[in-house]
Design a protein around this ligand. Structure first.
Ligand code: ATP
Length: 283
Protein backbone atom coordinates (compact mmCIF):
# COMPACT_ATOMS: atom_id res chain seq x y z
CA UNK A 1 0.00 0.00 0.00
CA UNK A 2 1.92 3.04 -1.19
CA UNK A 3 1.35 6.34 0.56
CA UNK A 4 -0.87 8.66 -1.40
CA UNK A 5 0.21 12.22 -1.85
CA UNK A 6 -2.02 13.43 0.99
CA UNK A 7 0.47 11.89 3.34
CA UNK A 8 3.53 13.62 1.97
CA UNK A 9 4.38 16.72 3.98
CA UNK A 10 6.80 19.47 3.07
CA UNK A 11 9.99 19.20 5.08
CA UNK A 12 9.96 22.99 5.39
CA UNK A 13 6.77 22.64 7.45
CA UNK A 14 8.51 20.46 10.00
CA UNK A 15 10.94 22.01 12.42
CA UNK A 16 13.16 19.90 14.63
CA UNK A 17 16.46 20.63 16.31
CA UNK A 18 19.21 18.09 16.80
CA UNK A 19 19.08 18.51 20.57
CA UNK A 20 15.40 17.64 20.81
CA UNK A 21 15.92 13.87 20.77
CA UNK A 22 13.14 12.14 22.71
CA UNK A 23 13.86 8.55 21.85
CA UNK A 24 15.87 6.06 19.91
CA UNK A 25 14.12 3.79 17.48
CA UNK A 26 15.29 0.78 15.54
CA UNK A 27 16.02 2.92 12.45
CA UNK A 28 17.25 6.13 14.03
CA UNK A 29 16.45 8.90 16.45
CA UNK A 30 13.04 10.28 17.33
CA UNK A 31 12.80 14.06 17.71
CA UNK A 32 10.30 16.43 19.22
CA UNK A 33 9.27 19.10 16.72
CA UNK A 34 6.64 21.48 15.43
CA UNK A 35 4.58 20.99 12.31
CA UNK A 36 2.91 23.85 10.49
CA UNK A 37 0.03 22.68 8.30
CA UNK A 38 -1.18 24.33 5.11
CA UNK A 39 -3.53 26.57 7.08
CA UNK A 40 -0.64 27.80 9.22
CA UNK A 41 -1.74 25.89 12.33
CA UNK A 42 1.12 24.60 14.45
CA UNK A 43 1.05 21.29 16.28
CA UNK A 44 3.58 19.44 18.41
CA UNK A 45 4.89 16.35 16.65
CA UNK A 46 7.28 13.45 17.04
CA UNK A 47 9.55 12.88 14.05
CA UNK A 48 11.14 9.49 13.42
CA UNK A 49 14.20 9.77 11.21
CA UNK A 50 15.65 6.90 9.19
CA UNK A 51 19.45 6.78 9.37
CA UNK A 52 20.06 4.74 6.23
CA UNK A 53 17.26 6.16 4.09
CA UNK A 54 19.42 5.82 0.99
CA UNK A 55 19.21 2.03 1.24
CA UNK A 56 15.94 1.08 -0.47
CA UNK A 57 15.17 -2.01 1.54
CA UNK A 58 15.82 -0.21 4.85
CA UNK A 59 13.64 2.68 3.69
CA UNK A 60 10.84 0.27 2.76
CA UNK A 61 10.95 -1.46 6.14
CA UNK A 62 11.06 1.88 7.95
CA UNK A 63 8.02 3.16 6.06
CA UNK A 64 6.00 0.00 6.67
CA UNK A 65 5.02 1.32 10.10
CA UNK A 66 3.74 4.55 8.52
CA UNK A 67 1.67 2.60 5.97
CA UNK A 68 0.03 0.78 8.85
CA UNK A 69 -0.50 3.83 11.08
CA UNK A 70 -2.09 5.83 8.29
CA UNK A 71 -5.07 3.46 8.23
CA UNK A 72 -6.04 4.14 11.81
CA UNK A 73 -7.95 7.00 13.32
CA UNK A 74 -8.57 6.44 16.99
CA UNK A 75 -8.17 8.67 20.08
CA UNK A 76 -5.93 6.08 21.76
CA UNK A 77 -3.69 5.24 18.83
CA UNK A 78 -0.80 7.52 17.80
CA UNK A 79 -1.78 9.23 14.55
CA UNK A 80 0.36 9.58 11.48
CA UNK A 81 0.60 13.16 10.24
CA UNK A 82 2.72 12.50 7.21
CA UNK A 83 6.05 11.51 5.78
CA UNK A 84 8.92 13.31 4.11
CA UNK A 85 9.81 10.67 1.52
CA UNK A 86 13.23 11.95 0.38
CA UNK A 87 16.44 11.22 2.28
CA UNK A 88 16.57 11.54 5.19
CA UNK A 89 13.10 9.97 5.37
CA UNK A 90 11.01 11.28 8.22
CA UNK A 91 7.81 9.90 9.70
CA UNK A 92 5.88 12.73 11.31
CA UNK A 93 3.33 11.76 13.93
CA UNK A 94 1.30 13.10 16.76
CA UNK A 95 3.43 13.76 19.86
CA UNK A 96 2.69 12.01 23.14
CA UNK A 97 3.91 14.78 25.39
CA UNK A 98 4.69 12.67 28.46
CA UNK A 99 6.61 9.94 26.68
CA UNK A 100 6.78 6.27 27.56
CA UNK A 101 4.15 4.89 29.91
CA UNK A 102 6.54 2.73 31.95
CA UNK A 103 8.90 5.59 32.75
CA UNK A 104 5.94 7.86 33.42
CA UNK A 105 4.41 5.40 35.89
CA UNK A 106 7.71 4.71 37.64
CA UNK A 107 8.27 8.47 38.08
CA UNK A 108 4.72 9.35 39.18
CA UNK A 109 3.75 6.44 41.41
CA UNK A 110 2.27 8.66 44.12
CA UNK A 111 -0.12 10.34 41.66
CA UNK A 112 -1.45 7.15 40.08
CA UNK A 113 -4.81 6.26 41.58
CA UNK A 114 -6.53 2.97 40.98
CA UNK A 115 -9.31 4.63 38.91
CA UNK A 116 -6.64 6.20 36.69
CA UNK A 117 -4.84 2.88 36.14
CA UNK A 118 -8.18 1.23 35.33
CA UNK A 119 -8.92 4.07 32.92
CA UNK A 120 -5.61 3.41 31.12
CA UNK A 121 -6.59 -0.26 30.73
CA UNK A 122 -10.00 0.78 29.42
CA UNK A 123 -8.49 3.22 26.90
CA UNK A 124 -6.11 0.52 25.67
CA UNK A 125 -9.02 -1.92 25.26
CA UNK A 126 -10.91 0.63 23.11
CA UNK A 127 -7.87 0.95 20.83
CA UNK A 128 -7.61 -2.83 20.57
CA UNK A 129 -11.34 -3.29 19.93
CA UNK A 130 -10.88 -0.82 17.07
CA UNK A 131 -7.96 -2.84 15.66
CA UNK A 132 -9.87 -6.09 16.16
CA UNK A 133 -12.75 -4.72 14.07
CA UNK A 134 -10.25 -3.88 11.33
CA UNK A 135 -8.72 -7.37 11.48
CA UNK A 136 -5.37 -6.16 12.70
CA UNK A 137 -3.22 -8.04 15.13
CA UNK A 138 -0.72 -5.86 16.93
CA UNK A 139 1.52 -8.70 18.21
CA UNK A 140 3.51 -6.50 20.58
CA UNK A 141 1.09 -5.16 23.16
CA UNK A 142 3.24 -4.22 26.14
CA UNK A 143 3.60 -1.20 28.40
CA UNK A 144 6.86 -0.33 26.58
CA UNK A 145 4.77 0.38 23.46
CA UNK A 146 2.31 2.72 25.12
CA UNK A 147 2.85 6.46 25.29
CA UNK A 148 1.29 9.08 27.54
CA UNK A 149 -0.42 12.00 25.77
CA UNK A 150 -1.88 13.49 28.91
CA UNK A 151 -2.00 12.37 32.52
CA UNK A 152 -5.39 10.82 31.78
CA UNK A 153 -4.83 9.68 28.20
CA UNK A 154 -2.60 6.94 26.85
CA UNK A 155 -1.93 5.99 23.23
CA UNK A 156 -0.86 2.77 21.62
CA UNK A 157 2.27 3.13 19.48
CA UNK A 158 4.79 0.96 17.69
CA UNK A 159 3.19 -0.84 14.80
CA UNK A 160 6.50 -2.35 13.75
CA UNK A 161 5.25 -5.87 14.42
CA UNK A 162 1.60 -5.52 13.53
CA UNK A 163 0.20 -7.24 10.49
CA UNK A 164 -3.12 -7.34 8.77
CA UNK A 165 -4.64 -10.81 8.88
CA UNK A 166 -7.24 -12.42 6.73
CA UNK A 167 -10.22 -13.66 8.64
CA UNK A 168 -9.65 -17.20 9.96
CA UNK A 169 -6.01 -17.01 9.11
CA UNK A 170 -3.08 -15.91 11.13
CA UNK A 171 0.31 -14.45 10.73
CA UNK A 172 3.13 -16.96 11.09
CA UNK A 173 6.05 -15.10 12.51
CA UNK A 174 9.59 -16.00 11.76
CA UNK A 175 11.98 -16.66 14.60
CA UNK A 176 13.70 -13.66 16.05
CA UNK A 177 13.49 -11.37 19.02
CA UNK A 178 10.04 -12.10 20.34
CA UNK A 179 8.45 -10.72 23.52
CA UNK A 180 8.09 -14.20 25.09
CA UNK A 181 6.95 -12.99 28.53
CA UNK A 182 3.94 -11.22 26.97
CA UNK A 183 3.07 -13.96 24.49
CA UNK A 184 0.19 -16.44 24.45
CA UNK A 185 1.18 -20.13 24.55
CA UNK A 186 0.12 -20.73 20.92
CA UNK A 187 2.32 -17.80 19.87
CA UNK A 188 5.28 -19.26 21.75
CA UNK A 189 4.70 -22.82 20.57
CA UNK A 190 3.50 -22.34 17.01
CA UNK A 191 4.29 -18.67 16.25
CA UNK A 192 0.57 -18.24 15.89
CA UNK A 193 -0.66 -14.64 16.30
CA UNK A 194 -4.37 -13.86 16.22
CA UNK A 195 -6.86 -11.47 17.77
CA UNK A 196 -7.04 -13.99 20.65
CA UNK A 197 -3.28 -13.89 21.21
CA UNK A 198 -3.51 -10.08 21.30
CA UNK A 199 -6.09 -10.55 24.08
CA UNK A 200 -3.59 -12.58 26.12
CA UNK A 201 -0.94 -9.88 25.60
CA UNK A 202 -3.40 -7.15 26.52
CA UNK A 203 -3.93 -8.80 29.93
CA UNK A 204 -0.17 -8.97 30.56
CA UNK A 205 0.00 -5.27 29.65
CA UNK A 206 -2.95 -4.48 31.95
CA UNK A 207 -1.04 -6.33 34.69
CA UNK A 208 2.01 -4.10 34.06
CA UNK A 209 -0.24 -1.04 34.30
CA UNK A 210 -1.77 -2.17 37.61
CA UNK A 211 1.80 -2.90 38.80
CA UNK A 212 2.74 0.68 37.81
CA UNK A 213 5.47 -0.31 35.39
CA UNK A 214 6.82 -3.54 36.87
CA UNK A 215 7.63 -5.98 34.06
CA UNK A 216 6.10 -9.47 34.07
CA UNK A 217 8.21 -12.45 35.21
CA UNK A 218 11.21 -10.33 36.26
CA UNK A 219 14.24 -12.45 36.99
CA UNK A 220 12.80 -15.45 35.13
CA UNK A 221 14.49 -16.62 31.93
CA UNK A 222 12.36 -16.74 28.76
CA UNK A 223 12.81 -20.51 28.56
CA UNK A 224 11.55 -20.96 32.11
CA UNK A 225 8.53 -18.73 31.40
CA UNK A 226 7.45 -21.18 28.73
CA UNK A 227 7.42 -24.00 31.29
CA UNK A 228 5.46 -21.83 33.76
CA UNK A 229 2.80 -21.00 31.17
CA UNK A 230 2.52 -24.66 30.15
CA UNK A 231 2.06 -25.60 33.82
CA UNK A 232 -0.83 -23.14 34.02
CA UNK A 233 0.94 -20.60 36.25
CA UNK A 234 -0.55 -17.09 36.17
CA UNK A 235 0.88 -13.70 37.06
CA UNK A 236 -0.27 -12.90 40.63
CA UNK A 237 -2.94 -10.33 41.47
CA UNK A 238 -1.35 -6.86 41.78
CA UNK A 239 -1.79 -5.06 45.13
CA UNK A 240 -5.08 -3.17 45.19
CA UNK A 241 -6.21 -4.66 41.88
CA UNK A 242 -10.00 -5.03 41.94
CA UNK A 243 -11.04 -8.73 41.96
CA UNK A 244 -13.22 -8.08 38.91
CA UNK A 245 -10.30 -6.81 36.92
CA UNK A 246 -8.09 -9.73 37.95
CA UNK A 247 -10.86 -12.17 37.02
CA UNK A 248 -10.97 -10.53 33.59
CA UNK A 249 -7.18 -10.96 33.23
CA UNK A 250 -7.52 -14.65 34.15
CA UNK A 251 -10.14 -15.10 31.42
CA UNK A 252 -7.76 -13.48 28.94
CA UNK A 253 -5.13 -15.99 30.05
CA UNK A 254 -7.27 -19.02 29.18
CA UNK A 255 -4.93 -21.57 27.62
CA UNK A 256 -7.51 -22.29 24.94
CA UNK A 257 -7.68 -19.19 22.65
CA UNK A 258 -11.40 -19.65 21.95
CA UNK A 259 -12.18 -19.40 25.68
CA UNK A 260 -10.75 -15.87 25.87
CA UNK A 261 -13.12 -12.88 25.65
CA UNK A 262 -12.80 -10.62 22.61
CA UNK A 263 -11.93 -6.92 22.88
CA UNK A 264 -15.54 -5.78 22.59
CA UNK A 265 -16.36 -7.87 25.68
CA UNK A 266 -13.23 -6.69 27.47
CA UNK A 267 -14.03 -3.07 26.68
CA UNK A 268 -17.56 -3.45 28.04
CA UNK A 269 -16.33 -5.11 31.24
CA UNK A 270 -13.66 -2.46 31.78
CA UNK A 271 -16.19 0.26 31.21
CA UNK A 272 -18.32 -1.23 34.00
CA UNK A 273 -15.28 -1.56 36.27
CA UNK A 274 -14.43 2.12 35.66
CA UNK A 275 -18.05 3.10 36.45
CA UNK A 276 -17.83 1.10 39.68
CA UNK A 277 -14.62 2.96 40.55
CA UNK A 278 -16.32 6.27 39.82
CA UNK A 279 -19.03 5.41 42.36
CA UNK A 280 -16.57 4.16 44.98
CA UNK A 281 -14.19 7.10 44.62
CA UNK A 282 -16.84 9.73 44.01
CA UNK A 283 -15.49 10.80 40.62
P1 ATP B 1 12.03 -0.34 18.80
O1 ATP B 1 12.14 -1.22 17.60
O2 ATP B 1 13.23 -0.30 19.70
O3 ATP B 1 10.72 -0.44 19.55
P2 ATP B 1 11.07 1.70 17.15
O4 ATP B 1 11.82 1.92 15.91
O5 ATP B 1 9.80 0.96 17.10
O6 ATP B 1 12.04 1.11 18.21
P3 ATP B 1 9.71 3.50 18.84
O7 ATP B 1 9.76 2.55 19.98
O8 ATP B 1 8.44 3.71 18.15
O9 ATP B 1 10.82 3.11 17.79
O10 ATP B 1 10.28 4.91 19.26
C1 ATP B 1 11.43 5.04 20.07
C2 ATP B 1 11.13 5.95 21.25
O11 ATP B 1 10.82 7.28 20.79
C3 ATP B 1 9.91 5.54 22.04
O12 ATP B 1 10.23 4.58 22.99
C4 ATP B 1 9.50 6.87 22.67
O13 ATP B 1 10.30 7.16 23.78
C5 ATP B 1 9.81 7.85 21.58
N1 ATP B 1 8.61 8.12 20.76
C6 ATP B 1 8.27 7.46 19.63
N2 ATP B 1 7.12 7.95 19.12
C7 ATP B 1 6.72 8.93 19.95
C8 ATP B 1 5.58 9.83 19.96
N3 ATP B 1 4.65 9.80 19.01
N4 ATP B 1 5.49 10.71 20.98
C9 ATP B 1 6.44 10.73 21.94
N5 ATP B 1 7.51 9.93 21.98
C10 ATP B 1 7.67 9.04 21.00
Amino acid sequence: APLDDDYVVERSGVSITATDIIGEGHFGNVYRGLFTDKHGEQIAVAVKACKNSADRSTAEKFLEEAYIMKQFDHPHIIKLIGICPDTPIWIVMELARYGELRAYMLNNRQHLSLPLLTLYCYQLSTALAYLEAKNYVHRDIAARNILVADYDSIKLADFGLSRWIEEESYYKASKGKLPIKWMAPESINFRKFTAASDVWMFAVCAWEILMMGVKPFTGVKNNDVIALIEAGDKLPIPDNCPQRLYRLMLQCWSYEPSKRPNFVEIKTQLHDICEGDAKTYGL
